[in-house]
Each structure stands twice: as C-alpha cells, then as structure tokens.
Write a protein that binds this ligand. Structure first.
Ligand SMILES: [Zn+2]
Length: 497
C-alpha cells in the first residue's frame, strides 16, 4: 500500500471486547492480543499497546460499547484528529465492534473508515478502508452480513446444528462415517466387530469402576498385572482409563458433533447420538451408573482445591507431574510423583504436603509483600504505590524476577524507548502489569498471613502461583522446591519435615 512508504511507522491500535466480565479470566484477551501483535508485525505497523481500547466486560449488544465504553473514546479521538489518519484499528472480528442492529453497527464502521481509519478484522484478515471499499464495494456487503450474523448468533447456531444433524443422520444410514474406529473394535469384511480380549478388558474396567474404584487404581492394577496397552506401548494411565469410561461408544452409540467457529475458536457442538451404530459392549445402564459415579467425584473438587501446587510442580527425578494424595503412607496428605504412583517408573518417595505448603507460604508472603500497597493514581490507568514512588515498584523483590522479562518485552515492542527508566514503570501500569503485580502479590501476602483455610483461597493462590511462575520442580527426597519464572530466574523453597 502506497501509504506505508512514509518514514514514521504507521500506528495500529487494538480494540478488544469481551461479552462478560468472567471472560477476562479466560483466554479471550490473550488470544486477541496475540492476533493483534502478529498482524502488526506482519504488516510493519507499530502497535500502540499503551492505548489499547478495551471495554472490559461491556457487551457489544445494543451498542453499549459504542455509546459509553472506550470505543466511544476512540471514535471521539478519531473525530478530534488525535488518531493519525491512516492508522489501523485491529479487532478480532467485526462482531467485536458491535453486535447492535446492523444500521448502527455499519454506521460505526463507516464513521471509522470515512475518518481515515483502516479497520482490520483479524480473524478473517479483512481490511476495511476507504480505498479498499471503493475498489471492492462488496466488502461492505460482507461486513453487513457479519453484523447480521453477530446479531442473530444464537438463532443461527441452533438452526445450523439442526441442519447438520439432519445431514449426518442421513449419511449414517448409507456409509461408515469415520474410518477411525474405537480401539476395541475392528473392521471385518466391511462389518464392525469387537476384538474379543479388548471387549473383555473393557467389561472388567467398567465392573471395577462400578464398584467405586477410581481410574487411578484401575490403571495401577492393570500395570501390576502387566496387561499391555492397546495401541501404544507404556503403562496404563489414569487419563486413559477415565477416557474409556467416559466414552459412550462402548454402549454402541455414535455421538455426532459439529465443529462451530465462534469468535475464531473452534467449539465442538454435540448435535445428537445414533444408537446401535457400534456393537454394544457395555449396557447403557452400567455406563450411566459409572459415569455418574465419576462425575460426582469430579465435582468433588478440581485438584487446586486441595493442592495449591496443582499443575505447577514436576518431579525433579523424572519430570512427571507431582500430584496430591489425600491420605499418604503416614496418614497425612502427601505429594507423590505420578510416574512413581502409577507405573513404578520412578522411585521418588512421598513427601509431606503440609510441610511444603507452609514452607512455600512462609517464603513467598514476605517475598511478595515489599512495597505493594498501591493506590490508584489520578492519572488514568496509572498505579503508584502508597509512597508515590513508581520506581520503588522496580525494587520489589517479587518483581525483580519479572523485571528482566518485562525489559526484554519492552525492548521488542518499544525499541525506541529502551534505556528510559519510565517506560518500564509505564509498562507495569498496563493491564498485564497490574494483573501480575497487584493481584498476585497481594494474593500471596494474604495467603501467608491467614493460611489456606478454604478451598477457594487455595484455588486463588494456585492461580497466582501459576501466573507468577512458569513451572516448578520438587525434589521429593529433600522437599526442596524450585519455582521458575522462565528465563527471568527462579527461587528456591526448602521444606523440612
Ligand atoms: Zn518421578
């Protein structure tokens, strides 16, 4: 594009919107940010991340975001000439801009484009600019279609599911849908038949599960008896057994799914079940009984409710997951190497869970506490600590691990600002910085002060640890735990039993 020949890099702004506040916890923001960065890099644009227009938790439906949210600020800034002509507004898809009725939605788009803003929908890589729309007026029609669909999304979704279901049900009658059969079945003269010894094993697994045995114990028993795995080598794992007892194909049913793309994420949408498609190995009543036993167990708590280190620690000996066992050998809660407990592939011993939990809190609390009682500054989006000294943040021991990472982030994204002290502090006032610094540090501080008395505090502390540290290992022999911030460094915690 001719405009890009100009010396100063063309600016790009990112507009991100979630439909509900809870989405802020999920991947939505990360995904939208990544898409925007990739586009800016690919097209030589300078993504202005300080001015990211986010309407956190403001629904685009009924144009709330255009009227009141930050999109209104952006439109205002465009009208006031503060956004340079030729700038890019990067959005994940047009339904992020507005889910309002199409007249108002297209008015927002038109306003932006006529004001000289190039709007890019990243999901389908479409550019809406004055130039592109006069070259290809059908682009506007396309935009209208996207707006119409966004406005009628739920209706569209259920209708499409119904249509797909009809199509697939017709197809089932005439041909084998998928050549990939479940592992306990095979194709013989064009007919699907069970593999006898596998069918037997499947029945046994369900019998054990019906008696209340959890998948982990079933896997341990099979490994004890050296029963070979079906399609791959290696020991039976808890997850393999769990997948089998959740697989309704064992009853002969064929579940049908449609893959629906919603906001650029693929969702598997169940659209129905064809009964009697496969040979029946397990009676449906038995399957349902086992399924309800297992789902009750799942509801009993995600791992983090009991184990603040869930999904964080690996065994220093072998690298396998370290898991929590409610009643260990000594009758106390224990941390165990998954490879040691399931397959006896590792001989790391158990370690007291309580000892490591209290050692970690005692260490991390003071480590996080220094200088984090911050107050919101009058400067919009700015945070200062209570002493009004932004640079003191940089001295916080808890942040020092992040400093290197933040510095290299800044060097990449703001090459012209490297070497300036304030830019680091500025960066820390962004949403990402705040999230790391404020929430996670104070979560650790209060966990250290009050202990992890409820499953909720344990879950929150676990989430903070997993954001602050990329991974950790624990030597179960000595109880020495290393928590790592990737290339930025690591800290060591010793627990004595
Ligand atoms: Zn191990």
């Amino acid at each position: 594009m001719a405009r890009q020949v100009a010396q100063a890099p063309i600016r790009a702004y990112s507009y991100q919107r979630f439909s509900s506040p809870s989405q802020a916890n999920g991947d939505s923001l990360a995904r939208q940010t990544a898409l925007a960065r990739a586009y800016a890099e690919q097209h030589g644009l300078r993504l202005d991340e300080e001015l990211t227009y986010r309407d956190l938790g403001v629904s685009g439906f009924r144009g709330k975001n255009a009227a009141h949210g930050e999109l209104a600020c952006f439109l205002e800034a465009v009208r006031a000439g503060q956004i340079p002509e030729g700038s890019f507004l990067l959005i994940e898809s047009l339904d992020r801009l507005s889910r309002d009725n199409i007249l108002r939605a297209q008015a927002i788009l038109t306003n932006l484009v006529v004001s000289g803003v190039n709007v890019v929908s990243l999901a389908d890589n479409r550019l809406y600019s004055e130039e592109s729309l006069s070259d290809d007026p059908l682009g506007l029609i396309y935009a209208l279609l996207v707006f119409i669909r966004a406005n009628e999304e739920s209706a569209t979704k259920s209708m499409r599911a119904r249509q797909a279901w009809t199509r697939k049900r017709e197809a089932v009658a005439s041909k084998v849908l998928s050549t990939r059969l479940p592992e306990w079945l095979t194709l013989e003269d064009g007919r699907i038949v069970p593999i006898p010894e596998r069918a037997e094993l499947l029945k046994r697994i369900f019998t054990d599960a019906e008696k209340g045995q959890p998948p982990q114990l079933i896997a341990e028993a099979l490994n004890e008896e050296q029963v070979p795995r079906w399609s791959i080598n290696g020991p039976w794992e808890r997850t393999t057994i769990a997948a089998l007892i959740n697989n309704r194909r064992v009853t002969g049913a064929l579940p049908l799914y449609e893959f629906v793309y919603k906001r650029n994420v693929q969702n598997r949408l169940p659209i129905g079940v064809v009964g009697g498609y496969f040979p029946r190995i397990i009676e449906p009543e038995v399957f349902l009984q086992v399924w309800s036993i297992c789902s009750n167990r799942r509801r009993g708590g995600s791992a983090a409710k009991r184990n603040v280190f869930a999904n964080l620690l690996r065994c220093a000996d072998c690298g396998a997951d370290v898991r929590h066992r409610p009643i260990g050998e000594g009758g106390q809660q224990a941390l165990v190497c998954a490879a040691a407990s399931i397959a006896h592939r590792c001989d790391a011993p158990e370690h007291s869970y309580a000892a490591l939990e209290s050692a970690a809190l005692a260490h991390l609390g003071p480590w996080s506490a220094e200088g984090i009682s911050w107050v919101r500054n009058t400067d919009p989006g700015g945070w200062r600590n209570s002493r009004g000294a932004p640079y003191r943040l940089l001295g916080n021991a808890a942040l020092s691990l992040h400093n290197d990472r933040l510095r290299s982030d800044i060097a990449q994204r703001f090459p012209d600002r490297i070497g300036e002290g304030p830019s680091l502090a500025d960066y820390m006032t962004t949403h990402l910085g705040r999230r790391y610094l404020m929430n996670d540090c104070s979560t650790l501080v209060s966990a250290a002060a009050t202990g992890l008395s409820t499953s909720r505090t344990r879950v929150n502390t676990n989430a903070a640890l997993r954001r602050m540290f990329s991974h950790g290992t624990v030597d179960l022999r000595t109880g020495t735990c290393t928590l790592s911030c990737g290339s930025a460094g690591s800290i060591e915690i010793r627990s004595h039993t």
